[in-house]
Design a protein around this ligand. Structure first.
Ligand SMILES: C[S@@+](CC[C@H](N)C(=O)[O-])C[C@H]1O[C@@H](n2cnc3c(N)ncnc32)[C@H](O)[C@@H]1O
Length: 275
């Protein structure tokens, strides 16, 4: 593993996370009561615009029940659980952070989805899956932590079947240097941002053709403005996952968007057959 990847792993090293979640989820009653996936949405969708963004991306990718879907950089598993609950597809999540994978498995047992949704610890740059294993792959707010984009997108192409869908929702560089810390990086040392055009170019070069490409910066800015105006956050929020001080990181992301330094890209691609 490279130094860069180690630094990113340290950023998401959420020590004692599963125990913190057990305590936080006591508001829903005893452990043996099954939870609905949407009850976790304020803390398990680790990206701008939360559950609404996952729902839109899945819709654009036309996910169906017969698909086997890979969620790369699956966080604490919210998007994976949403996909299974909504479409009935089988979902595998992979994430660099072992505490996140442990927490994902715990939360997935709490929602009773552990037969259909599974998680593994591993790197997006060396996916532990055979070629052509999946019909669709999701990458939400992960690529900005990864310097070697050509390798990342080649790995995703490798594990997809020809014609498979790749849906990405990411923060991109826009008009200037971002203010740090941000939710994915305390310093520029863990952050590897490129522009929307560079992102799409790198993905196409890895063997994909573009189906959808959308600038979602305006929607993200509106969401941050509404969030700021809506008063204190719910008790179940991403601070439970990332620790106290997370709100300041999120505020900086909002500021970077408002000042035009960063943007939000939504895009869906199709894996072209390798000749
Ligand atoms: C901002 S969170 C997004 C989590 C999830 N995609 C979501 O939207 O809820 C970024 C995630 O990417 C993971 N990640 C970053 N670099 C990675 C890599 N090289 N391989 C696998 N996961 C990675 C982190 O551990 C973290 O869980």
């Amino acid at each position: 593993m490279t130094d860069q990847t180690n630094r990113v792993r340290d950023h998401y090293r959420a020590t004692g996370l599963t125990e913190r979640l057990k305590t936080a989820l006591a508001v829903f009653g005893p452990e043996e009561h099954l939870l609905k996936p949407e009850q976790l949405a304020t803390l398990d969708q680790f990206h701008t615009r939360g559950l609404a963004a996952t729902a839109e991306l899945a819709d654009l990718a036309v996910i169906t029940a017969d698909m086997s879907v890979l969620d790369i950089g699956s966080g604490v598993g919210g998007p994976a659980r949403f996909l299974e609950a909504t479409y009935g597809c089988k979902v595998t999540g992979i994430d660099l952070s072992e505490p996140f994978v442990d927490a994902s498995r715990y939360l997935t047992k709490r929602t009773g989805q552990d037969g259909r949704v599974s998680f593994e610890a591993g790197s997006a740059l060396a996916l532990p899956f055979e070629d052509g294993r999946f019909e669709a792959a999701l990458l939400q707010h992960v690529a900005m932590n990864i310097a070697d984009r050509p390798l990342l997108y080649r790995e995703i192409r490798r594990v997809l079947k020809p014609g498979g869908k790749f849906a990405t929702f990411d923060v991109v560089l826009s008009g200037g240097d971002p203010h740090y810390p941000v939710p994915w990086a305390k310093t520029p040392g863990e952050s590897f941002l490129i522009t929307a055009a560079e992102t799409c170019e790198a993905i196409e070069a890895a063997g994909f053709s573009t189906l959808v490409r959308r600038d979602d910066t305006a929607a993200a800015k509106a969401w941050f403005a509404e969030f700021r105006a809506s008063g204190p956050p719910p008790s179940l929020n991403l601070g439970v996952v990332m620790g106290q001080g997370f709100a300041d990181l999120a505020t900086n992301l909002g500021r970077n968007l408002m000042e035009g330094r960063l943007g939000i890209l939504t895009a869906v691609f199709e894996a072209v057959p390798v000749s």
